[in-house]
Design a protein around this ligand. Structure first.
Ligand SMILES: CC(C)(COP(=O)(O)OP(=O)(O)OC[C@H]1O[C@@H](n2cnc3c(N)ncnc32)[C@H](O)[C@@H]1OP(=O)(O)O)[C@@H](O)C(=O)NCCC(=O)NCCS
Length: 180
């Protein structure tokens, strides 16, 4: 796994990678929506939607972005091309002294606009986040995505992630046979 691309080193005519600033808020909300509404609906299995749905997703997305921007424990990097944000990655650190590797970096969101994918922007965003996690003393990086996100899973594996867990959900409004 090599993370050699850091702040703005993609080359001429390529996006600039930098920390998010306050004035990025609206653009970040749009990217957040593009990931959690447009992309998820595009790849998602409609039958699973009730298991992941929120009541008022529009305000959840805004709350998420505001919470991340206000948290000193959260890193937000953006990719900017000609004054437009085309991608972002976010993550926070967690500490559990009982673990052999006690501090981890947790990736929360990782997204590049569809027309800019496949040119190293996602890797460059991730490289910056990974470097910050290392500077903050993290010994590993954790990331989750939907099981039906085949492309996103492949990109994770390409970066060196190993799958360690799967999550199941079921609605409780079904009738199951019980033993008497
Ligand atoms: C995942 C994502 C952020 C990657 O951004 P990107 O700019 O396309 O990524 P890069 O071009 O930097 O590629 C990074 C690596 O992943 C690999 N990769 C990217 N997409 C891939 C795919 N669909 N299948 C297989 N490998 C893939 C690339 O080959 C590259 O590996 P390499 O550098 O060793 O060749 C982008 O595809 C995206 O926004 N996807 C939708 C949202 C998503 O799934 N996010 C992740 C989970 S929340």
């Amino acid at each position: 796994m090599g993370f050699s691309l850091e702040h703005g080193s993609l080359g001429d005519g390529s996006p600039h990678i930098r920390h998010a600033v306050r004035s990025d808020r609206d653009a970040l909300i749009r990217l957040h929506r593009a990931l959690y509404v447009d992309y998820r609906n595009h790849i998602g299995n409609a039958s699973l939607r009730p298991l992941v749905a929120y009541r008022d997703f529009a305000s959840v997305l805004v709350d998420d972005v505001d919470a991340m921007m206000n948290s000193r424990n959260t890193e937000i990097f953006v990719a900017e091309l000609r004054s437009v944000l085309i991608g972002y990655v976010t993550g926070r650190t967690e500490h559990d002294p009982r673990r052999e590797i006690s501090k981890k970096g947790v990736v929360e969101d990782w997204f590049v606009a569809p027309t800019h994918r496949g040119h190293g922007v996602g890797r460059a965003l991730f490289a910056n986040l990974a470097k910050r996690f290392a500077e903050r003393g993290c010994g590993l990086i954790e990331s989750t995505t939907w099981s039906f996100n085949r492309a996103g899973r492949a990109a994770h594996e390409r970066l060196g992630f190993k799958e360690i867990q799967v999550m199941y959900r079921m609605p409780l409004n079904l009738t199951y046979p019980t033993q008497t």
